[in-house]
Design a binder for this molecule. Sequence first.
Ligand SMILES: [Zn+2]
Length: 119
Amino acid sequence: MHEATVAQSLIEVILQEARKRNARPVRAKMSCGELNRINDDVLSFAFEAVAQGTPCEGMTLRIEHKPLQGRCKPCGRVFAVDVSNPHCPGCRSEEFELLPDAPLVLDEIEFERADDGEG
Ligand SMILES: [Zn+2]
């Protein structure tokens, strides 16, 4: 299962950052390309499962899907490709090259603020 592998590596990166900062992570945001067929529900579920028993437990994970992009040959415009009707929104040309799919990246991690020395 693709999502389980993704969840595992996300948690590893988040835990590393959490150790560095000595803070508890509360939220994270990741993004991936259109062709990376991540199922949000399956990934969230896998993420929760992997997070159990770690400082990541109870975290919120947001997943953003980036559309596939193309570059128009006649006018050079870069646009989000609508797969059902692919054409340049600028000059309406159907001659374009597909750009590489956006990689899967962890964009942000938010940590709990622990600035009052309690305990
Ligand atoms: Zn164009």
